[in-house]
Design a protein around this ligand. Structure first.
Ligand SMILES: [Zn+2]
Length: 424
């Protein structure tokens, strides 16, 4: 595949998550729908003990009972893992209009990701995804109230018939999804951290078909054939793991959720980036058609359907909601912020984004005040005209009463009385 020198230009722009035209060769599924070919994948199986836990399902033997559940029968999960039927499960659909903008969400800052090629990373097909083991020296230095250390990364994908991200945005499912999994070292061990609220963190990025190969994914993708069957392992030479994530780590969604496979522990602090990662159609196809699952069939559609929010709030580090009241300013001043508007990396999150609705409000308020002023003026003029007319009427009445030859004067009374009196 022809390598591209760096991140591909985003057509939409910058691959932001918000509604956009789907890739021409694949139509988005309605949220939660499965592809026609689509049996959902495999289920957790007993992984190698040295593999670290991850939200796609495999956990260390010490961390959970080893139960093999058929992937097509997710309804059975809660009977063996009660958390799977809990109130804070993942993945979810992110309704951008319901997200809450928070200025308290700082840019995600990573440390230690540029690994030397001499460092060998384990890559494994665990039967339901491909997992790249990561050294604990990779950390999330900022973006959460506490530091997190890396455990592993893995991918979710669909099939040639349809996309396969776990999270959806406004009902749209993306071609794939990258999960980088971390634990909070303050809990002493991974086993303990995964049981504690906020003990785990996952950085999630959507994969989307773009016009060119993404060279940063090649170290993993070119090894897929080496781990075609479940349980197969190989190694990958160290590379810059940071480049697997979107360029923009400033704009993201944050919510509390769970592992997306049993035991569904509800301890994951999720970060879902707004900017997508572009891979070529060939790279996505390679992901969809190379591996075999725990049933010796093609490993495809390894995503869980979206779960109910049950009242949870999804925070956004940027102004993601598009309120109907927010209209473009006609004078070309501050453009309206739409979810498809990508901003530069050095822009403070939400700094400019919060202004347009304020400006709009002020403008709308200005319009309202002008209208009120005009109406008040009209009523004032009408009142004045009426008052003047009334005064003129009174004045005329009095003038007529004083006139001796007024035809309007009740002649009978005046004349008769005078006449009568004179007559007496
Ligand atoms: Zn996952």
């Amino acid at each position: 595949m022809a390598p591209s020198p760096r991140w591909l230009p985003h057509p939409n722009p910058a691959g932001s998550l918000t509604p956009q035209a789907p890739s021409p060769h694949r139509l988005p599924h309605p949220a939660g729908s499965l592809s026609p070919a689509g049996s959902l994948t495999p289920t957790p199986q007993a992984p190698s003990p040295r593999w670290l836990p991850h939200p796609a399902g495999s956990l260390t033997p010490q961390a959970l009972p080893l139960v093999s559940l058929p992937c097509t029968d997710k309804a059975q999960w809660p009977s063996k893992f009660p958390d799977c039927d809990g109130q804070i499960q993942s993945p979810i659909n992110i309704d951008t209009n319901s997200t809450i903008f928070s200025r308290e969400l700082p840019p995600v800052v990573l440390a230690g990701y540029n690994l030397d090629p001499s460092e060998q990373l384990d890559l494994m097909n665990n039967g339901h995804t491909v997992v790249l083991r990561l050294p604990g020296s990779l950390t999330i230095a900022s973006g959460y109230p506490q530091e997190y250390r890396a455990m592993q990364l893995h991918l979710h994908w669909g099939s040639p018939e349809g996309p396969g991200s776990e999270h959806t945005v406004d009902g749209r499912r993306y071609d794939g999804e990258l999960h980088m999994v971390y634990y909070n070292p303050s809990y002493g061990s991974i086993k303990e951290a995964m049981k504690q609220a906020g003990g785990l963190a996952v950085l999630a990025a959507f994969l989307q078909v773009g016009p060119e190969d993404n060279v940063h994914y090649q170290p993993v993708l070119e090894q897929l054939r080496e781990v075609q069957e479940e349980g197969k392992e190989t190694t990958v030479a160290g590379f810059n793991i940071r480049d697997l994530l979107p360029a923009n780590l400033v704009r993201y969604y944050r919510y509390s959720g769970s592992l997306t496979t049993p035991p569904c522990f509800q301890t994951v602090n999720w970060t879902v980036f707004n900017q997508t990662v572009l891979l070529s159609k060939e790279q996505i196809s390679l992901l969809e058609t190379t591996l075999q699952g725990d049933d010796d069939k093609d490993l495809q559609n390894n995503f869980r359907l979206t779960q109910s929010l049950h009242g949870r709030k999804v925070l956004a580090s940027f102004q993601a909601a598009l309120s109907p009241s927010r209209v473009p300013l006609p004078d070309g001043g501050v453009p309206p912020v739409t979810p498809t508007t990508e901003r530069s990396l050095d822009e403070a999150p939400g700094a400019g984004a919060g202004c347009p609705p304020c400006a709009d409000s002020e403008k709308q308020l200005g319009v309202s005040l002008q209208t009120a002023d005009v109406l008040a003026g009209l009523f004032g003029v009408l009142f004045a005209v009426t008052a003047v007319a009334f005064l003129i009427y009174i004045h005329k009445q009095r003038s007529q009463n004083r006139s001796p030859d007024s035809h309007l004067k009740p002649n009978v009374i005046y004349t008769a009385a005078t006449t009568d009196e004179n007559a007496v």
